[in-house]
Design a protein around this ligand. Structure first.
Ligand code: ZN
Length: 129
């Protein structure tokens, strides 16, 4: 488990979000780490593995010039995967359901995070893709 990055402490971020949005009821391990299923063409910034009950956040985000609300939005998203779970719709696994997306928008800086991502994604991928 690698919690302390150079700039961000994931456990601290997790605990804060857990307290603020979930009444402290969520129990998940969190670590910096690459997801083994990463494709070559893009970075998955975060992942939640149900089997191991662990959130992995991509180490490329542990940088001074990444706003903390962006990391928080990634962690929050992965926490929702545990909260919402997988829905089976017409026999297919659905994870980013409308319910999920509604909950995702409750994050205080959702808009800021999406806008930041949009204008910085190329730069992020250039460095780490
Ligand atoms: Zn997701």
């Amino acid at each position: 488990m690698n919690i302390n990055g150079r700039f961000f402490n994931l456990k601290e971020i997790f605990d804060r979000l857990n307290h603020e949005y979930f009444g402290g009821t969520i129990s998940i391990k969190i670590t910096w780490g690459r997801n083994v299923r990463n494709g070559r063409r893009y970075i998955r910034f975060g992942s939640y593995t149900e089997k191991d009950n662990i959130i992995r956040i991509h180490p490329s985000l542990d940088r001074q010039d990444i706003p903390s609300y962006f990391i928080e939005s990634i962690v929050y998203h992965e926490m929702l995967h545990k909260v919402v779970g997988v829905r089976i719709v017409n026999g297919r696994r659905r994870i980013h359901t409308p319910e999920f997306k509604n909950m995702e928008r409750r994050f205080k800086y959702y808009k800021e995070a999406r806008e930041w991502e949009k204008s910085n994604i190329r730069r992020l991928l250039k460095h780490y893709g």
